[in-house]
Design a protein around this ligand. Structure first.
Ligand code: KG4
Ligand code: ZN
Length: 355
């Protein structure tokens, strides 16, 4: 195998692949920080019809799109295939069928070009997206808020992540999407709620703020989602103004919970920087309130640009680049996994350290 000869000081070019949910994406990333290309083919319009992601349809679409997307990413990067030093790929968490498509493709390319494979955790990569645009001092607290996950981490270096807490039921994005569905709004509902909330009254309805105790960094969003259902049973057929008020009040309950828990984690861990990542980090109120509340306490907030918050391969190439630099590569026997799990259990027997 072409060994990691560029590890010491020289720059590395990684091809990165992401296919964990409903975006087929490939990127070429230099040194974990520089985006040479980042192609994202979204399937949202296909899944919209069904009100959510249909796993089997997602897998089939990935099969169709993966090679054209990879080819385009390499072409746009301006580098030659022989100048690719490794292939970084999401191997979990995500939809198993969807992950299999990206993982098999990455393995075939790594084998064919005789270069290392680097299996990357999708949630950790969401936080690494920040390194594509900013230099963030370590340690920092990272909040990952997406359609499938809501987790808090203490991030000690580019490649060291310690989970502090996570949701015990629905993810924040899922709570947005499900409540939107109850309100008859299209998928993905988070974006629709964000839009309507802009013209609503945040204090109109006192939806609950779940789990706001100081004893845990875990979250719970199923209760607040159910309270929207009960509210609509009592107040059916809201007019336009009422719908905007429900959206604004509901969004405020979720966002305030996320921000307050993150602030608590930052204070308890004595960190001065916070990174917020994942699709829900596109939310305009979350971006606004986190800056307001955390900066008031002297904590800097870093949130990637929206294109690096939603699923993309550039973030996989970022974390993959730092793993490659410290010599962490994967065997071709690497398997995908569906749910987040503790670091020590991940990729057992399939991660190797070459440096
Ligand atoms: O990270 P992501 O692209 O995919 C997953 O890994 O899940 O996140 C998608 C989630 C969806 O639940 C979507 O509704 C939510 O991010 N989202 C938003 C906004 N934009 C995307 N939620 C609230 N406000 C937004 N502006
Ligand atoms: Zn994601």
């Amino acid at each position: 195998m072409k060994e990691s000869s560029k590890i010491d000081g020289m720059s590395s070019n990684l091809l990165a692949i992401e296919s964990s949910c409903d975006e087929t994406s490939a990127a070429v990333i230099q040194d974990g920080t520089k985006v040479l290309s980042n192609i994202v083919a979204s399937q949202i319009d296909i899944h919209k019809e069904y009100g959510g992601v249909v796993p089997e349809i997602a897998s089939r679409k990935h099969v169709e799109l993966i090679m054209p997307v990879v080819d385009k990413a390499i072409k746009e990067s301006g580098i030659k295939r022989e100048d690719i030093d490794g292939v970084a790929v999401t191997h979990g968490p995500g939809l198993i069928g969807a992950l299999m498509v990206g993982l098999s493709t990455a393995k075939a390319i790594a084998f064919g070009l005789n270069i290392p494979l680097i299996g990357v955790n999708h949630l950790e990569a969401h936080m690494s997206a920040v390194h594509l645009e900013n230099e963030v001092p370590f340690p920092f607290v990272g909040l990952v808020v997406s359609g499938g996950h809501t987790s808090l981490y203490l991030v000690k270096s580019h490649t060291e992540f310690e989970m502090l807490g996570k949701t015990r039921d629905d993810a924040a994005g899922e709570a947005f999407d499900k409540a939107a569905k109850i309100m008859g709004l299209p998928y993905p509902g988070g974006i629709e709620i964000d839009k309507l909330a802009k013209e609503g009254n945040r204090g109109a309805i006192p939806f609950p703020r779940p789990f706001m105790t100081t004893s845990t960094f875990d979250f719970s969003f199923s209760g607040v989602k159910t309270s929207v259902l009960y509210y609509l049973r009592k107040h059916p057929d809201p007019n336009n103004k009422e719908l905007k008020d429900i959206c604004a009040s509901y969004q405020e309950a979720i966002v305030e919970t996320l921000v307050d828990k993150t602030l608590l984690a930052a204070k308890e861990n004595h960190v001065k920087s916070v990174v917020i990542a994942g699709g829900v980090a596109c939310n305009s109120r979350l971006r606004e309130l986190s800056k307001e509340k955390l900066e008031e306490e002297g904590i800097s907030v870093y949130i990637p640009s929206p294109k690096y918050c939603t699923d993309n391969a550039a973030m996989i190439g970022s974390l993959g680049g730092f793993m490659f630099k410290n010599g962490t590569t994967s065997k071709l026997s690497l398997t995908p996994f569906s749910t987040s799990r503790p670091k020590q259990a991940r990729g057992r027997g399939s991660q190797t350290k070459t440096a």
